[in-house]
Design a protein around this ligand. Sequence first.
Ligand code: ME8
Length: 518
Amino acid sequence: MADPYYLTTAIHYPNGKPHIGHAYETIAADVVARFQRLRGRDVRFQTGTDEHGLKMAQKARDLGQSPRELADEMSGYFKELFDVLNISYDRFIRTTDDDHHRASQAIWRAMEAKGDLYLDRYEGWYSVRDEAYYDKKELVEGEGGEKLSPQGTPVEWTEEETWFFRLSKYAEPLLDVLKAPGFIEPASRRNEMVAFVERGLQDLSVSRTSFDWGVKVPDNDGHVMYVWVDALTNYITGLGYPDGGELWDKFWPADLHLIGKDIVRFHTIYWPAFLMSADLPLPKKVFGHGFLLNRGVKESKSLGNVTDPMELAETFGVDALRYFLLAEVTFGQDGSYSAEALVNKVNAELANSFGNLAQRTLSMIAKNMDGKLEQFETQPADDELLAKVTEACATELPREFEKLNFSIGIELWLRAVYACNAYVDEQAPWALKKTDPERMKAVLQTLFIAIRDLAIAIQPVVPEKAAAVLDQLGISTDRRRYADLSDQSWFGELVTAEHAIDKPTPVFPRLELPTAEA
Ligand code: ME8
């Protein structure tokens, strides 16, 4: 039985169309999902939209829509984007789904049964934008002297009757969880969370009476749950909580919650506390990735620098976008993007290096060998090259991807691509054609094996393009797992099957900047 692996992204606020940050997080998660599947694990991958809360209600009111209409429309854009980006999710969850309301009420009841929920009055500084109350000492002063949350968003003095969750009770066990190696990554985000708990935890206000767009508190209809209680619960709704069943038994606790750095507190303090209260096991890892900036600047409507990820995908291609985001940004840190940087990187690394390698090699095999492969005698240069490629594809890239060091893994892969190109130049198969045709065949077949391994290894990042290369090589779809990298038996099969390579078409055409950008 394959080892199960459950990963999730944050669920996205559909109070507007998806932006590049949403695309970035979901692409990264998809790379993990595909990578783990290629390693032979039984993967479940969930993403979706977070549709309740004041922010959604206010936005809908501004637009003269009902929150439900806004959620339906915008959630559709997220799903469409993720389908275009080739996101291999198993469930796209919407927090307005019926089973999600049931799950949220069930976890509420479990926390209540534990004695962790009580009704009281609340007065405090509330940020609608962050959907969070802040302590007076956490507030900062804006340019005009106004009070702002630590995230720089406006806060309002708010008073209401509310249910509280006894977060304070969980300080000690939470410290143990937070300090456990590997629970929060990158480790640099851990200290901040530990310090937050060590400063002392206050009980958390977990219901609202000022609006009704949310999950109703059981037996207390005037209250809806604080949006984060229901939002976090999505991770277990998707596995059949509270009924249990096959998915639940197999996949909980989650292996990875992949989220952005701004919501680490919710995932590493509140969520574990809710789960402990409900006597449920905790997720194994929470990874807080960095933010993506547009030429170093945060995107905002007022600056007019908002990029539509759908447009980027249409202009440059899905795999070019996926490759650029993963190869360019050190995962865990902030990163910057621009159309120029994307075009330059993709042209240099995919079109000119890997694409050209595949195109040249396959053309020569088609032209000079009738597209047929044979067994061949290797020379030390061939063995050396294949050893290098195997090391990069079967060991180095997987080792780094396992740690979510995508850019390092890709860099190591790229070095193997460069080694192949250097080998082509040294061996000069076009010259061997006249001087030593047998040796030419051996060189081209060495390259064939190298390209196969390079294409298999990079599948999680550029799934469509890698598949196109593997199709041209004639590698059957059940021979594309990482375990197939070290298996040479397939080669004999290809030979006896009289596999012939057709004249190839380039898989990675060179990109050009649209004229307005050039
Ligand atoms: O926070 N670069 O939703 P959200 C990279 N609904 N990532 C970014 C980003 C950027 N510029 N901007 C946002 C929410 N993100 C909640 C989550 S989970 C139970 C509830 C990331 O739509 C952000 O960090 O504001 C988060 O992980 C995700 O996008 C969704 O953000």
